[in-house]
Ligand binder design. Structure first.
Ligand SMILES: *[C@@H]1O[C@H](CO)[C@@H](O)[C@H](O)[C@H]1NC(C)=O
Length: 337
């Protein structure tokens, strides 16, 4: 999942609220791994939506850094809420706190109560799982003024939308191969995806409800989903790339899966060998191969039942907005030439 776009989206949502209703927005820049910075940012707020996170499943960032931002940062947010008397905390978690696991067990249209063997070795899912646990355990903590902290977590599936860095990377890689791509993963592998605007919308709804009905929302987790169709990663990305003139070749995977596994292994070997000299972090590694070739989709209405969530953007609007953004990149590139 990608958390930065939510951050900017929440920001732009609050900015547009500001323009509409003259709500004041104050930007405070700081380092989330520094408790003092976080305390200063939280001071005076009565709800915190904690979306900050470092997403890396490719080995681009050192594991210690991922832990510092995702885990220590979350500890800092919790402590800041308690010491500053901020009673409500909403945490942007990730579906990856559940799976897909490295064994490749499918999670087919499951909900928040579906049993699944969560196994975390990689720093990113590990840091998110631990941070989510801390947030949920902090629910009910006594604060200096006698009130109790109320917390919950939202777990977005794969987020897409404007400024989706990975989509931009696919777009640029696709230009290298003349907009011609080959299928690597069977089309029957389903992945859950959610539009960034709906992720933001769900945060705003739960932020309101948690203050009105803290006994229902407190310590709960919610998958973060919308009406985006269940498809494989490749077929889903083609929904945006096809209108830009891209083509996906093959109704079945073109390369044998064993070969992909072999390339993934070679990539991780190269990453290890090159470590002293440079960061070699291609998109394909054994972890990303398992993630992209394992079905993981959610089907739930918990957020609808608990706080009346319905997607704000339809699938068609979400797709159109994402396509428009990609086409703007293309226009900018052509103007730049
Ligand atoms: C989405 O884009 C298509 C093609 O440009 C257009 O026909 C359709 O009306 C758009 N739908 C929405 C909801 O914006």
């Amino acid at each position: 999942s990608l958390e930065n776009p939510i951050h900017s989206l929440l920001l732009s949502l609050s900015l547009s609220l500001f323009l509409l209703w003259k709500i004041k927005v104050t930007l405070i820049q700081g380092d989330i791994s520094n408790p003092e910075d976080v305390r200063a940012a939280v001071k005076g707020a009565h709800v915190v939506i904690h979306t900050a996170g470092l997403v890396d499943v490719w080995g681009r960032v050192r594991p210690e850094k991922i832990m510092a931002v995702n885990l220590q940062g979350t500890k800092n947010v919790i402590e800041a809420c308690v010491t500053q008397g901020t009673q409500y905390l909403i945490y942007t978690s990730s579906m990856e706190v559940v799976g897909p696991n490295i064994k490749g067990h499918p999670f087919y249209r499951g909900n928040e109560d579906t049993e699944y063997e969560a196994i975390h070795h990689h720093p990113y899912p590990l840091s998110k799982a631990k941070a989510e646990q801390l947030v949920l355990e902090a629910n009910g903590r006594l604060m200096p003024d006698g009130k109790r902290l109320v917390t919950c977590a939202l777990r977005p599936t794969g987020i897409y939308g404007e400024n989706h860095l990975l989509m931009k990377e696919f777009y640029e890689q696709g230009l290298v191969t003349k907009k011609f791509m080959i299928r690597a993963i069977p089309a029957s592998t389903e992945h859950g995806r959610v539009y960034v605007g709906n992720v933001a919308w769900m945060h705003l709804l739960v932020a309101q409800k948690i203050q009105e009905d803290s006994s229902t929302i407190g310590s709960q987790v919610y998958f973060c989903y919308d009406d985006s169709p269940y498809k494989s990663y490749e077929d889903f990305n083609m929904e945006f790339l096809r209108p830009c003139g891209f083509r996906l070749f093959g109704s079945r995977p073109v390369l044998p899966f064993l070969l992909l596994q072999f390339i993934a292994l070679i990539n991780s070997l190269l990453q290890w060998l090159l470590k002293p000299f440079c960061v070699y972090a291609p998109l394909l590694n054994p972890y990303t191969l398992v993630i992209s070739s394992t079905t993981f989709t959610v089907q739930t209405d918990k957020a609808l039942r608990h706080f009346g969530y319905k997607p704000y953007f339809t699938w068609e609007e979400s797709r159109n907005r994402t396509v428009r953004w990609l086409q703007e990149i293309r226009a900018e590139r052509q103007a730049g030439k």
